[in-house]
Write a protein that binds this ligand. Structure first.
Ligand SMILES: Nc1ncnc2c1ncn2[C@@H]1O[C@H](COP(=O)(O)OP(=O)(O)OP(=O)(O)O)[C@@H](O)[C@H]1O
Length: 600
């Protein structure tokens, strides 16, 4: 029954996938020559001796594969299969030596010719299947409106049986459907070599047969398809026409199923009838106590000529930078639309409720009395700090949830476009939140020229919010993989908000601390809104029996706090400076994550 289903699925898939052959490119010849991969020696900074010695993961692996091969890479756990596949895809970030070429060209110099389908699928789950594929088509191939790209996308959707799922959210897909979507994403660029890491793991027999059927058809249509497989059933295993047998980082055998059988029979190791050959081979190398098999390790490299040609890899790998930013913004806007309720609640709790509390506590205050001066200072500080803190802490975690996705999409777009795209996504918040704060919080406060002053407050706070966002995003990106940004940020906040002038007089700062104020968005924000308010206060009441020093106008309040005179110029320049500094630091952090390489 199972064999019947598998056969039917295979036939079905074979015929519907024939059109993929239309896109098949010229012959491909993959050559791996003396590939060695090892882990770096780890040294602790306080000891000279290495704390962890280097370990060889792949030991002089050499092999040749050509068009039409459908290769099963098998071997015990820890044999080095994934590392081997990643190296062939040019995505291994561990130290390595040896050369991998496709038709004579180094694999690392080629673009789009080798694609990998990793074991674990990572997508932006709140997109639909169609939206995801449109995004990837636009990023990898170009405009989706171009007839050839449209045709490619439509045929892939049909051929991989995704048309029924086009409008489904990715989060609702089953494991097999996600695997097919992953496959479709990799096939968009019509690669010559498709590498799949455990494509059937976690799938039921029907879905596993479906996926293997699709892969086999791809190999017959002019590609090299290489899969690592864990415990394949006999039925699935016999679909592969080549076997690479690995153990302890060595490639023990590479060749056809028949040759593999002969290889083991020559060593008097005969697979019993009705026994799964894959299991038998893995067990045999596992139990190879006398090292018979290891002794015959595959040493057959490969002086064959490297005929074949690559055609697509000369194309530009990526869309232009502005297009990348636009596409990333488009994708984020789709996620935003699906999460609009969450954004509404964020706005409600972060701004509306807290500004209502401020407004209630400061009902009727005015800076024209000595008591009012203190209240007004507190009110302005709360306005500035609430806006700064709320937007910076929202930005702090902006990359965290997408780090794996970003590392999966390394190479699809630039880190800089991803960074700028994410920053721009946060800009609407930098506009709406200050508006909400100012409108609500100033409702009950006695402001001179209420409307104009509120507009000036809003503009100043919008600029402060942009710089605060740059600060939050920068801190988040700098400490992205360590996950300690939530612990570091309060420590960084402390000196920066002390510079705001709300808690200590800036003019009385020790000289060595003075430069710190130029990095404080709190200082620039407070300086701007304080100037807006106090410059309009010409007279402050002084009681005749007061013993303390009396501040008799707004200018003297500004002077006492140590705020600048040329505030519009200085604060705009200062906030721009802070934005640029934190953006550069954050970009450096993201680039560091990118350099760690592909997430598999
Ligand atoms: N980045 C790394 N740093 C240190 N060791 C690593 C790294 N990547 C792999 N290894 C080690 O190399 C060996 C081979 O790992 P690999 O994942 O390639 O094996 P595998 O055959 O795919 O295993 P499995 O079948 O269990 O997935 C393992 O012992 C693993 O611990």
């Amino acid at each position: 029954m199972y064999r019947e289903i598998t056969f039917q699925v295979y036939l079905h898939v074979y015929f519907i996938l024939q059109p993929i052959g239309k896109y098949a490119k010229n012959n491909a010849f993959l050559k791996v020559n003396n590939l060695k991969v090892w882990t770096p020696e780890e040294k602790s900074w306080w000891r000279r001796k290495p704390s962890k010695a280097s370990v060889v993961i792949l030991d002089n692996v050499s092999v040749c594969m050509r068009t039409g091969e459908f290769v099963a890479v098998i071997g015990p756990s820890g044999a080095g299969k994934t590392t081997f596949l990643m190296s062939m895809a040019g995505k291994c970030t561990l130290p390595n030596s040896g050369v991998i070429t496709l038709n004579g060209k180094n694999i690392k110099d080629l673009c789009g010719s080798v694609e990998i389908v990793p074991q674990f699928d990572v997508f932006m789950d709140s997109l639909t299947v169609e939206e995801h594929l449109i995004f990837m088509t636009e990023m990898k191939l170009g405009s989706v409106n171009k007839p050839s790209n449209k045709a490619r996308l439509t045929s892939l959707i049909q051929e991989l049986k995704l048309n029924m799922l086009k409008n489904s959210l990715i989060s609702s897909l089953s494991g097999g459907e996600r695997r097919l979507l992953s496959l479709a994403t990799s096939l968009l660029s019509n690669p010559q070599i498709l590498i799949c890491d455990e494509p059937t793991t976690g799938l039921d027999s029907y879905n596993a047969a479906l996926v293997v059927g699709v892969l086999k058809t791809l190999s017959t249509s002019g590609k090299i398809v290489i899969c690592s497989v864990h415990q394949p059933s006999s039925d699935l295993f016999k679909e592969f026409n080549s076997i690479s047998l690995m153990a302890e980082g060595k490639l023990l055998f590479h060749g056809s199923q028949e040759d593999c059988k002969d290889f083991f029979e020559r060593l008097n190791l005969r697979c019993p009838q009705n026994y799964n050959p894959a299991e038998f081979y893995i067990k045999a190398v596992f139990m190879d106590l006398s090292n018979k098999i290891y002794g015959l390790e595959n040493k057959s490299v490969v002086s064959e000529d490297e005929t074949g040609s690559t055609s697509q890899q000369e194309l530009a790998c990526q869309r232009n930078w502005f297009k990348q930013v636009q596409l990333l913004l488009w994708r984020s806007s789709l996620v935003f639309k699906r999460n609009i309720k969450g954004c509404f609640f964020q706005l409600l709790f972060n701004t509306v409720i807290s500004s209502l509390i401020i407004s209630t506590c400061y009902v009727g205050i005015s800076g024209t009395t000595q008591e009012g001066v203190q209240d007004l200072r507190g009110f302005l500080w709360l306005l500035c700090s609430e806006v700064s803190f709320s937007v910076s802490y929202c930005a702090l975690y902006a990359f965290e949830s997408d780090l794996t996705l970003f590392k999966r999409e390394v190479g699809t777009y630039k880190a800089s476009s991803f960074y700028v795209g994410r920053f721009l996504c946060l800009v609407p918040r930098c506009i709406t939140w200050p508006i909400a704060y100012v409108v609500i919080a100033t409702l009950a406060v006695d402001l001179p020229n209420h409307f104009i002053t509120a507009v000036k407050f809003t503009l100043s706070l919008i600029c402060t919010a942009v710089a605060s966002t740059a600060y939050g995003l920068g801190m988040g990106a700098l400490f992205l993989s360590s996950g300690i940004m939530g612990d570091i940020m309060p420590c960084a906040d402390l000196p920066l908000f002390l510079m705001s002038g709300a808690f200590l007089r800036i003019s009385s700062l020790p000289l060595w601390l003075y430069p710190l104020k130029y990095f404080s968005h709190f200082y620039y924000g407070m300086d701007a809104i304080s100037n807006v308010y106090w410059r309009q206060i010409d007279w402050i009441e002084c009681s005749s029996n007061s013993t303390s020093i009396c501040l008799n106008n707004g200018d003297s309040v500004l002077l006492e706090n140590g705020y600048s005179k040329n505030f519009i110029f200085e604060d705009s320049l200062g906030l721009l400076f802070v934005t640029i500094v934190w953006s550069l630091l954050g970009f450096y952090g993201l680039k560091r994550e990118e350099n760690k390489g592909y997430a598999y």
